[in-house]
Design a protein around this ligand. Structure first.
Ligand code: KG4
Ligand code: ZN
Length: 353
């Protein structure tokens, strides 16, 4: 039995977990900084790093306590090495390094995206490889063909905003606070008139995504601006003058936005999984916590589907422990000279052409 203490601090959650054999989380503690960043409407990197510094050791202690695990029962320490906010990564990774050094344990650098995907190994069933992974978070929207642990082929990704970023920006337009995904989704559920349609960027012939046009369409809709121009794009002549169309209620806009995102993500992921003859389809990342997206993918997937429970979709350390278990043979000596940023690069996905 291999017990790994894992630490995650790449963005705005300070997290620690104890994971057994990469399959079972004995504990998973997440200290969220949401309230702190809600005041600024987004993450301020220096504020995040300082908060990680405050929260980290109490979170680690709590993870060990809940797992009923002493230092002597641990086999390795793991931490996210990238990608993420440099200042935030440094705090978690160097804390892991110090703890590993003090306890004579090996240290494992984990890629954050691989961590998200690995959350799918924390359930009862094990996904079959090759798997198609749709990673949708605040910073990423990626379609990855996973051929083995740490072996990913990137088939497509967003050309502009990440899916979670689009949720956050639209939520901001609707004055819903930060992070925007959960309140936007809750508002969408209250929509009574569900007839509004917003654009979908299919990017046919490509496995890429684009959400910036949708975001602009929401902006126009919310401001009540007609999107139809004259033949050369100039505003249409208005005689007699008419009032601009009234903006639909925010709930209807939220509903139409969520429909558009869930429709594109689910249809493309299901289609590519089938085309690539994937053994399973894996959802991962914060946006995979979205109920409407989960529902749409369930309707459309033609290969076995895995979606972690919502608390393992958003940033957590259990997923880092799950990924670390697959890279025990790449553990480093914490006492060796280590440059966090070159380690972060080493920790990034080993993509094959
Ligand atoms: O994976 P994550 O916790 O952090 C990153 O690695 O980025 O993802 C955070 C993102 C945020 O953009 C947040 O708004 C979004 O995931 N999110 C959601 C939901 N829960 C979190 N988006 C839509 N629906 C949700 N229920
Ligand atoms: Zn994440």
């Amino acid at each position: 039995m291999t017990r790994i203490l894992a630490i995650e601090s790449s963005c705005d959650e300070t997290a620690a977990a104890v994971v057994v054999d990469g399959r079972r989380a004995l504990s998973s503690v997440v200290a969220s900084q949401d309230e702190l960043h809600a005041r600024t409407g987004g993450v301020v990197p220096e504020v995040a790093a300082r908060q990680h510094l405050r929260a980290l050791l109490p979170v680690v202690r709590e993870a060990l306590r809940r797992a009923e695990c002493g230092w002597d029962n641990l086999d390795a320490v793991a931490a996210t090495a990238g990608p993420g906010l440099p200042g935030a990564l440094v705090v978690g990774f160097n804390a892991a390094r110090g703890l590993a050094y003090a306890r004579g344990l090996p240290l494992i650098a984990v890629d954050h995206i691989e961590g998200h995907v690995s959350a799918n190994w924390l359930g009862a069933e094990e996904p079959e490889l090759p798997a198609l992974a749709l990673v949708v978070s605040g910073g990423h929207t990626e379609l990855l063909l996973m051929e083995g642990h740490g072996q990913f082929r990137r088939l497509g990704g967003t050309r502009d905003d990440a899916a979670g970023e689009a949720f956050d920006k639209v939520a901001r337009l609707l004055d819903l606070g930060y992070p925007g995904g959960p309140p936007l989704s809750a508002l969408a559920r209250t929509a009574t008139d569900r007839t509004l349609t917003l654009p979908r960027a299919w990017l046919r012939g490509s496995d890429d995504f684009s959400f910036s046009g949708l975001k602009t369409a929401v902006l126009h809709t919310v401001r009540g601006v007609s999107q139809q121009g004259g033949p050369s794009g100039e505003p249409p002549p208005v005689t007699p003058p008419v009032a601009p169309p009234a903006a639909p209620p925010a709930a209807e806009v939220a509903w139409a936005f969520e429909e558009s995102v869930a429709d594109v993500l689910s249809r493309k992921a299901a289609r590519v999984a089938e085309r690539e003859a994937a053994g399973s389809l894996l959802l991962a990342g914060g946006v995979a916590a979205n109920a409407r997206l989960r529902e749409r993918v369930q309707e459309r997937a033609t290969v076995p589907l895995f979606i972690p429970p919502p608390d393992l979709c958003t940033d957590n350390a259990a997923m880092i422990g799950a990924a670390a278990f697959r890279h025990l043979d790449e553990a480093v000596d914490p006492a060796a000279p280590l440059d966090i940023f070159s380690t972060a690069r080493r920790g990034s996905l080993r993509l094959s052409a």
